[in-house]
Design a protein around this ligand. Structure first.
Ligand code: FNR
Length: 371
């Protein structure tokens, strides 16, 4: 169908399921084990309700914000997703280009299909990019990757901490991944390739399961770029990250692709803001330690719920993959335009002129932990 018939982010998924190559669909859509967490990620947003305010002059509304000090036209960013060329020959370049058009930030994955430098070179002047790091067992390689990213003006380093071993994604495992597949693994990954059990397994053998809290000072010693941990799932670990002076955490379960029955990021957000206030007197959002959420975000209302509960911004993964796999860069462009329009309307209906006006009292999250 023409793009004009795509009315929301769910529509891209429905079309992608029908027309994407089987292997690409299996890799993008798959999640761990019985995919309970994957489904729960979106469902959890359904347990939060709004408390909109009225009569507040919403003629002009502004949904722009800043993320780790960098302007963003919306409180969202493109999160890191590997192997963009499985879905489209231009791979992650589709995301870089659409992010430029809309003034939002892209997180470049370690396992991008396009090379890291290609994605940095494709950015417009002033377009901020983040880098997602999988930590290599060989720390000399990791050091080289991080310092190269810093030299190329990457604005923040997101270290993925929820994947010491790969989750079991059975849809993907039923596919074999051979040399003829239309992908190129970014040079940063390296290591052995096992092609017999799906795309995911084929590319992740280099990741270090030995990574530990005591390694954090080393990362700080090799770079001045702000460091955020991606994949925090409890207030205890969020508190540790805060105490280690990191720039923030992403409350995420990797799109349900790692530990099945991990809770949704939005649910974890509620306990993190409560406990960090209780233990350290800190409130959110603030500039010293920022909270991000990803997983199951499909509507601006999902984003606004997270923002109301203290998140600085929210990451979106699969919807953009489905958008470029079906319509290339124009698909991602259209997905971002849909979100833009949703932000405008929903801010008005909430009675908020700006993102700063989307405060905790605008949501009722009292049933977030109940099913
Ligand atoms: C991911 N994700 C991910 N995360 C990461 O840190 N490094 C990576 O290489 C990848 N690769 C990846 C591939 C694919 C196909 C998907 C779907 C996801 C996880 C990603 O950053 C994010 O946590 C989730 O995708 C968010 O959930 P939604 O928006 O996809 O529901």
């Amino acid at each position: 169908p023409p793009l004009s018939e795509i009315l929301n982010l769910h529509d891209f998924e429905a079309i992608a399921r029908q027309i994407m190559p089987e292997k690409a669909w299996a890799y993008y859509s798959s999640a761990a084990d019985d995919e309970i967490t994957s489904r729960e990620n979106h469902a959890a947003f359904h347990r939060i309700w709004f408390r909109p305010r009225i009569l507040r002059d919403v003629t002009n509304v502004d949904w722009s914000t800043t993320i780790l000090g960098h302007p963003s036209s919306m409180p969202i960013y493109v999160t890191a997703t590997a192997l963009g060329k499985l879905g489209h020959p231009d791979g992650e370049l589709n995301l870089t280009r659409a992010a430029a058009r809309h003034g939002i930030i892209q997180m470049i994955p370690t396992l991008s299909s396009c090379s890291f430098d290609e994605l940095v070179d494709a950015a417009q002047p002033g377009q901020a990019q983040f880098f997602q790091l999988y930590v290599n067992k060989d720390r000399a390689i990791t050091k080289r990757i991080v310092q190269h990213a810093e030299k190329r003006n990457i604005k923040a380093l997101f270290i993925t901490v929820d994947a010491p071993q790969l989750g079991r994604r059975e849809k993907d495992m039923r596919m074999t991944f051979d040399a003829a597949d239309p992908h190129e693994i970014g040079k940063s990954g390296g290591g052995q390739v096992d092609r017999s059990r799906g795309a995911a397994k084929a590319i992740t053998g280099f990741i270090d399961p030995g990574l530990k809290w005591a390694d954090i000072p080393w990362f700080k010693s090799i770079t001045k770029v702000p460091i955020v941990l991606k994949g925090v799932q409890t207030w205890e670990d969020a508190l540790e990250a805060y105490d280690q002076n990191l720039a923030g955490v992403v409350l995420s379960n990797h799109g349900g692709r790692q530990l099945d029955f991990a809770r949704s990021g939005i649910e974890v957000l509620v306990e993190v803001t409560e406990k960090l206030k209780e233990k350290r007197g800190i409130t959110f959002p603030n500039n010293r330690f920022q909270l991000f959420v990803d997983g199951g975000v499909r509507r601006a209302t999902d984003v606004l719920k997270a923002v109301a509960l203290g998140a600085t911004a929210v990451g979106i993964g699969r919807p953009f993959l489905y958008a470029f796999s079906t319509y290339g860069v124009d698909g991602v462009d259209h997905a971002l335009q849909i979100l833009r329009d949703e932000f405008e309307m929903n801010l008005r209906l909430l009675g908020s002129q700006t993102i700063k006006d989307v405060v905790p009292a605008m949501v009722d999250a009292s049933n977030i932990h109940t099913h």
